[in-house]
Structures are given as structure tokens and as C-alpha cells.
Design a protein around this ligand. Sequence first.
Ligand code: SAM
Ligand code: SF4
Length: 352
Amino acid sequence: MAPSVDHRAGLQPLDLRGRPLGVLRLSLTARCNLACPYCLPDDQEPGGLLTLEQRRTVVQAAVALGAHSLRLTGGEPLLHPELEALLEAVQPLREQGLRDIALTSNGTLLSASRARALRQAGLDRITLSLDGADGPSVARMAGLADARAGERTLAAVLAAIEHARNAGFDPATGALKLNAVIQRGRNDDQLLPLAELCREQRLELRLIEYMDVGNRNGWSPSDVVSAAEMLERIHRPWPLEPLGRPLHGTANRWRYRDGSGQLAVVASVSEPFCGDCNRLRITADGLAYACLFAAPGSGVDLRPWLQPDRSFEELQIALADLWQRRSDRYSEERGGPLAATGVHAEMAYLGG
Ligand code: SAM
Ligand code: SF4
């Protein structure tokens, strides 16, 4: 029998493992202008994309249920023409509990004017993704034709870092960070160059273990460089000391002993953090998924509750229901007898 669900007004629901809802990850598009082989996004949008008003309403419902952080993602969210309009539309929700609005982007489309427009529209933080510090590595990791294309993309992302900084996204306050996925044999030789780049720029580098999301990347455990190994390799030239993983956070944080800033590792494979996961994901076409490793199509379609004849309370109840029935902890079960089928929704569709 399904567990009973408490719909009392004002309730901030806990899931079946006692986890509260805290972060809403909203994917604005399933498409991308890159084709990183570890991600391989769709080249077309799914049908039935949410409208701007529907997205604002979903954010409002999540905030009412306890979400304090909104992360806009994709696909590549800078491809979305209504990004700035959505940022403006959600600003009033700060009075209802929304504290932090962040964006994850590959940065290739982040011009100086776009960075300023995002800041003016109310974006608090940007995380840019870059998986190498030279043309050949960037080309390999971003699915580009050759090293020259990799050099152009690298130059665009380095420029994007400057544009973001100049627009007021200050790395010293955590408002600008760099993500890098590390794959053994493909870009693990970039660990030190990436760390050096970020040390020089005083940017927090967030090293992400290569994950078995989606079904297209041919993931194998042997491709994963564990967080422990990444840290060990960086610690040798630049000693680190631990700062810990904040409750509900995804990253273990470290500080360089020589004062050159911080480093973070997202160890979803080797040290899963399902136990305090507080993230809800909404796809560009309005399907709600709690777990990043959920099966394709298993999300709850929110569109029926986003029609003009349905009330905001009905949407809230649907979201609360979904959250209160959640018990997934895929990363902790990975490889064990309880692990799900191994068929996962694609990363760029789910929004990471
Ligand atoms: N296009 C944007 C970008 O690349 O930042 C936003 C979407 S992307 C899906 C979000 C993050 O997920 C990126 O930092 C990307 O590197 C990471 N990612 C994608 N596939 C991954 C995988 N299989 N394992 C680990 N991280 C992955
Ligand atoms: Fe695009 Fe980001 Fe996926 Fe790379 S990781 S293909 S940039 S969505």
C-alpha cells in the first residue's frame, strides 16, 4: 500500500528517508551546443516544453515546500531565450524563502553583455564547466572536431570567466566556480593543469567523478578516477587540508595550505551522499525526478497541474506527494543487489 501523505498547508515535507526538499534544479532545455561524449545530449527538444509562467509557478511551488536554492541548468541553459526573463520572474520568490539562484553553463555563449544581463536579472552564482586546459583535451572532452576547435572553446570559456568576474560574480564569495569531469585515460592528465589554472585565477575547482548517468556514454567503473586519487595527485605539489562536506552539499571541500584558495570534489561514485540529498529535478518538458539516476520516463509529469483550470494548491500537493514518496538512494546501492535496472535518464535531459 502507498504510504499516506500529509498535505497540511505550510508543511515542508520529508521524504521516506527523512530528507527535506532544499534545492530545485530546473532544466531549461535538453539541447546543447556541445556534445561532450560523457553526456551526449539530445539534438532536439522534447515536445511540450514548459512556458515561462509554468516554470515560475513550479519554482514557487517548490519554494513553498522548502526549496531555498534554484539552479538553472540543461542542456545548455544559455541557449534558452527566456533565461533572463525567468530570472526576473522568480525574484519576488526571495520574499517567500528563495535565497540562492545559480546557473550551470559550459560558458561558450557567455559574452560580456550576457553576463551583465544575467547579473542584472538577479542571478547570484555561476558554475562554468571546463574539462581541460589545452586545445586537444578540451576537444576530446567536448566532442569537438580537432584541437583548433578545442583551443577556440577553451578561449571562449576563459573569456567567459573574465566576463562573469567583471559582471560581479566574485569567486571569493563562491559566486563563480569551475566544474570539471575527470575520466581516466581521457583527461586525467589535466588534473594538475586545471588545478593550476584555478589556483592562478583564485577560482574554486570542482572535480566531478565520472558518473553512470544516461545510457549513451558507455560508462565503466574503470573510467572513474576516484576523488581520493584526484586529491592525492593534487595534494602532492600543493598540499591540501579538509574543510568537509556541508550538510546536503554534493562536494567535499578542501583548502590549499599555501592560501591559494579552495578545491572541491564531487564523489558521487566513491563516496555517495544520498543520505542527505535534498534535490528535486524538473526537466524542460515538466517531468519531476528526485534522483539523478532515475529510469527514463519515470518522472512525474507536472503539466496536468499546470493547466489554467488547476489551482496552485493542487500543484503543491502533487509535488509534496512526489517528495514524500521518495526513497531512492541509487548511488549508495550502485553495484549492489538493490541497484536499479541500470537504465538511466540522460544527464542533459535531467539537468545534472
Ligand atoms: N551544459 C552545462 C554544463 O556543461 O555546465 C549544464 C548542464 S551539464 C549536464 C551539468 C554538469 O554535469 C556539467 O558540469 C557536466 O560536466 C556534468 N556532467 C555531465 N555528464 C556527466 C557525467 N557522466 N558524469 C559526471 N558529470 C557529468
Ligand atoms: Fe552540453 Fe553540458 Fe552535456 Fe557538455 S556536459 S554536452 S556542455 S550539457
